[in-house]
Design a protein around this ligand. Sequence first.
Ligand code: NAX
Length: 328
Amino acid sequence: TRTPVNVTVTGAAGQIGYALLFRIASGQLLGADVPVKLRLLEIPQAVKAAEGTAMELDDCAFPLLRGIDITDDPNVAFSGANVALLVGARPRTKGMERGDLLEANGGIFKPQGKAINDNAADDIKVLVVGNPANTNALIARAAAPDVPADRFTAMTRLDHNRAATQLAQKLGAGVEEVKKLTIWGNHSATQYPDIFHAEVAGRNAAEAVNDEKWLAEEFIPTVAKRGAAIIEARGASSAASAANAAIDHVHTWVNGTADGDWTSMGIVSDGSYGVPEGLISSFPVTTKDGKYEIVQGLDINEFSRTRIDASVKELTEERDAVRSLGLI
Ligand code: NAX
């Protein structure tokens, strides 16, 4: 039988954690034949709630679940971790400036990055979900100099999935017919969902839509502000869809993209497409055998260039801010 894969989830008692853990334990993260051990990291006040979730996980009698450890110590949580989902973060509260938010999250992601550096397995793969996701991933990566930089990723798969559905609905197509969409830049309102290289039922999506006003004034803002629209409607932020995207992100990273398609991941830039090296920015990527590569050679038109640059500028400012705070 296969050795279990150690999966660490931070913020396990939160609402994304509650939507995520059952799917991991049922085999949807890594595959229906891969046993998992869960390690849940929480802050001391939330350990009891995480224990409650663990009781429910036990009560599911998942055949693939080989154990659950709960801790408030990052060194324990990341010990031997093969996959780490960094969900717990400090939300922006009323009156908080961006600098305060970055600093509060630096206090979480810097020690967690160090704990990953010191304790995780050699094949560790990290997905940062907690916001500001790209810059939190940058902070964690900087604190983990012994881990290859390409193991630190940030989640833009929810944006990617949101864009796929909006585009499919516009064209009256099935979402499975949408290929080669790209989210560029930051997981924030400046992100750029790009349909110029996308295909819907084999046709170029931008040509099929043929409506730049819809693109600029409806599609892009709908995707970029979807998180706020969910809060407005539900009275709480996206949880099940965010958990679903985290499952998709890791599943695709481990198991590969389909031929003729790609996905979007926030990854360390190698300078491709004019994104400064070292920033964690979203790119179109293909994955195979647990590794990813940026899709090269795409023609970037003026419409796209302006929007990619604007999002990358925001990432550069966030990087400069955390640098001046001594977090990287
Ligand atoms: P919740 O507030 O429900 O849960 C967060 C949990 O993290 C809490 O249980 C808290 O105790 C825990 N936590 C805080 N600090 C911790 C630490 N140092 N170590 C371990 N655990 C810690 O938030 P939830 O709705 O689950 O969202 C989690 C994060 O995901 C937020 O930062 C949110 O902004 C972010 N999101 C990111 C998305 C993305 O696409 N990248 C989309 C969804 C979501 O908004």
